[in-house]
Design a protein around this ligand. Structure first.
Ligand SMILES: O=C(O)CCC(=O)C(=O)O
Ligand SMILES: [Fe+2]
Length: 197
């Protein structure tokens, strides 16, 4: 039992900031995980790496109102799932801005991962606010600032919220490394606001 639910905490970084709230959705997390695991149309996408095509090491689904262009691909959005739309509205209230798209990722076990990248597509603007909700198995999330060599590491547990804000997508990179010994799945939702039109 959590006697002292944590409070949201702003972490100031060189050229960026994070809002970290480990227990943000502790009460809802079990029900959200169970529903999203079964009801999201999870897809296996392919990745081009050194001229070869490979399966991405995770399943995913892009949802919302806008097409999403990344790594040379364009993904048409799936329509809002009612629960995902509701989570998005809660986050909009917390973050003080609306979101019109979300990338959902399903990491089936510790062998699934996401490599180093920044969410710096031009449609996201100069100071994108990216709100990331984690459900299921806790996984380690790592951040690095190539300019200074600074690094951060956070364990993103069941029901946690991490908001990346400020100019950090232009100066920091993040990743979700493979982790030995994790045999349970994790779902992550990263809500974004894209300029449309
Ligand atoms: O799974 C995570 O926590 C990270 C996901 C991420 O970086 C992304 O979807 O862009
Ligand atoms: Fe990302």
């Amino acid at each position: 039992m959590v006697l002292w639910p944590s409070e949201p905490e702003w972490i100031t970084l060189t050229q960026g900031r994070l809002l970290w709230w480990p227990d943000a959705f502790a009460a809802e997390a079990d029900a959200w995980f169970a529903r999203l695991r079964c009801e999201i149309p999870w897809q296996q996408h392919r990745l081009r790496l050194f001229g070869r095509e490979l399966d991405e090491p995770r399943l995913s689904c892009w949802m919302g109102e806008a097409a999403y262009r990344y790594s040379g691909q364009t993904r048409a959005p799936e329509p809002w799932h009612p629960l995902v739309a509701e989570i998005g509205r809660r986050l909009a209230e917390l973050c003080g801005q609306p979101f019109n798209g979300v990338l959902l990722n399903l990491y089936r076990d510790g062998r699934d991962s996401m490599g180093w990248h920044a969410d710096d597509e031009p449609e996201l603007g100069a100071e994108p606010v990216i709100a990331s909700v984690s459900l299921g198995a806790a996984r380690c999330f790592v951040l690095r600032h190539p300019g200074s060599g600074e690094r951060r590491r956070l364990e993103l547990g069941h029901g946690s919220l991490l908001v990346m804000a400020g100019e950090m997508q232009h100066h920091w990179q993040h990743a979700l490394p493979k982790t030995a010994g994790i045999d349970r799945p994790r779902i992550n939702l990263t809500f974004r606001r894209l300029a449309v039109g």
